[in-house]
Write a new protein. Structure first.
Length: 124
C-alpha cells in the first residue's frame, strides 16, 4: 500500500509575524519548519551556497552548463522569499524587500528581532 501526502496551503500556513516582533521566537521556528517541509531550508540556513551557472572540471579542461540547477535554485529562492514575504507585515516587507537572497532576508529579520527578543527577556 502506498501512502501519499499532499501539502496544501493550510498545511504550510505560518501565522504572520507581528510588527513588534513579540511572536518572533515562535514565528522563526514555524517559518523554518514550513520551509523545511518544502525541502527548501538550505535557502535560509546557508547549508548550500548559490549555484554557479557553469561548472569547470578540476583540471580546467571542461566547462559544463549548469543552467537547470541554476533555474531550480532560483525557483527555490523565489518560493522561500514569497513565503517569508507573505507572513510579514507590509512595513517589514518594504524595509527588507531589497535583500538579494532568501537567506539575506531571513537574516535581516533575525537580526532585527533577536535583539528585541533579548531585550524583552532581560526586562522580564
Amino acid at each position: 500500500m502506498t501512502t501519499s501526502t499532499k501539502f496544501g496551503d493550510d498545511f504550510l500556513c505560518v501565522p504572520k509575524l507581528d510588527v513588534s516582533g513579540k511572536n518572533w521566537v515562535i514565528y522563526k521556528d514555524r517559518i523554518k519548519w514550513s520551509i523545511d517541509a518544502r525541502g527548501l531550508l538550505k535557502h535560509v540556513d546557508g547549508s548550500t551556497p548559490t549555484v554557479e551557472t557553469t561548472v569547470t572540471s578540476t583540471d580546467g579542461s571542461k566547462t559544463v552548463s549548469n543552467a537547470e540547477a541554476v533555474l531550480e535554485w532560483k525557483k527555490g529562492e523565489a518560493i522561500v522569499k514569497q513565503q517569508i514575504a507573505s507572513t510579514i507585515p507590509d512595513s517589514l516587507f518594504i524595509k527588507h524587500r531589497s535583500k538579494g537572497s532568501a537567506k539575506e532576508l531571513f537574516d535581516a529579520l533575525a537580526a532585527e528581532f533577536e535583539r528585541k527578543s533579548r531585550m524583552v527577556s532581560v526586562d522580564l
